[in-house]
Design a protein around this ligand. Structure first.
Ligand SMILES: [Zn+2]
Length: 116
């Protein structure tokens, strides 16, 4: 039964991009197009995540955030990476847009810190 449900899209939903959640914040990891630095992005639940107040019952997302980040500067690169994410009520990413970079997993971030 589970297999059938997931085939028609009613199975457990997954994040569109890798998101790490804790009580205070969500974390995504982005890779700068220009210098390839992997940048950790902390998104505060209280201060940065916006609620979608659209009353439409068919609304496709509950929360959203728009944010611009730049790297640590260690690569002498100050390019900005712009992200826009939409989340459902469980803070699962249902839509993700990015400018100037790409979303990567936490393990790619960890690996990028280990290589020197
Ligand atoms: Zn960069």
């Amino acid at each position: 039964m589970e297999n059938i449900l997931s085939k028609i899209g009613l199975g457990p939903k997954k994040d569109l991009v890798p998101v790490v959640r804790d009580n205070d914040a969500l974390y995504v990891y982005v890779k700068c197009d220009r210098c390839k630095e992997v940048i950790p992005v902390r998104i505060s639940r209280k201060e940065e995540i916006q609620e979608n107040y659209d009353k439409d019952k068919e609304k496709t997302y509950q929360y959203y955030v728009r944010k611009e980040v730049s790297g640590s500067g260690k690569n002498r690169c100050f390019a900005r990476v712009g992200i826009y994410l939409e989340f459902d009520s469980q803070y699962r990413a249902t839509r993700a847009e990015i400018n100037g970079g790409s979303f990567v997993s936490k393990s790619e971030y960890t690996a990028s810190r280990d290589e020197k």
